[in-house]
Ligand binder design. Structure first.
Ligand code: ZN
Length: 112
């Protein structure tokens, strides 16, 4: 199945870790290989880090680093920008190509 969620979309967490359930956030990355997404503010992990030097010679300060861990795409639903509800995504084809559409019964808006 094709991944219908893109970077910049807003998604809602529908399952997974309890504290994340129901959260909404912007998709900041889509990892197609593993069918996972990274969502702003969701699945926050803490990493204890010693001072390290990156390849570009920047120092990263030691301490706790918070970062978003990837979550599986099946744990999120796209939030339709028109009706603001989580929805399954349909595909509609016309002369301009394929468009994603909201599958909520009363909406069916095209999702940019
Ligand atoms: Zn909608």
């Amino acid at each position: 199945m094709k991944v219908k969620i893109r970077k910049g979309d807003t998604v809602q967490v529908i399952s997974g870790r309890l504290e994340d359930k129901g959260k909404r956030g912007e998709v900041i990355n889509v990892i197609l290989d593993t069918r996972r997404v990274i969502v702003q503010g969701v699945n926050i992990r803490t990493k204890h880090q010693r001072q390290v030097q990156t390849q570009s010679n920047r120092n990263i300060n030691p301490g706790r680093i918070h970062f978003e861990g990837p979550i599986h795409i099946s744990n999120v639903m796209l939030v339709c920008p028109t009706c603001k509800e989580p929805t399954r995504v349909g595909v509609k084809r016309d002369e301009d190509g394929a468009h994603r559409v909201c599958k909520n019964k009363d909406c069916q808006a095209i999702i940019a």
